[in-house]
Write a protein that binds this ligand. Structure first.
Ligand SMILES: [Zn+2]
Length: 87
């Protein structure tokens, strides 16, 4: 199975229940349940704000050991995602 990344925050969606939902309750293939819970983005924010929001989770989850490496990693991923690509 292909590892699918949320096209907003870059989180890998490993299980069915991590996917977002469309307004009609169907699964949204592009975004995770945190970014896109009910047919719309949970928060209208800039990519920079998203990065700041994600940093503590990346450290907590053990993906990165400090703020700087978390920010560097997010900066390498997020600009390529669908939500931010054309901004
Ligand atoms: Zn997300």
């Amino acid at each position: 199975m292909n590892k699918q990344l949320c096209q907003s925050c870059g989180m890998p969606m490993l299980e069915e229940n991590m996917f977002g939902k469309n307004a009609d309750g169907s699964k949204n293939e592009d975004y995770c349940c945190y970014c896109y819970p009910n047919g719309a983005f949970s928060k209208d924010e800039t990519m920079e704000e998203m990065i700041e929001t994600c940093i503590p989770f990346m450290i907590e989850g053990g993906t990165c050991k400090d703020k700087e490496s978390a920010r560097a990693m997010l900066m390498s991923i997020l600009p390529n995602l669908k939500r931010w690509k054309n901004k």
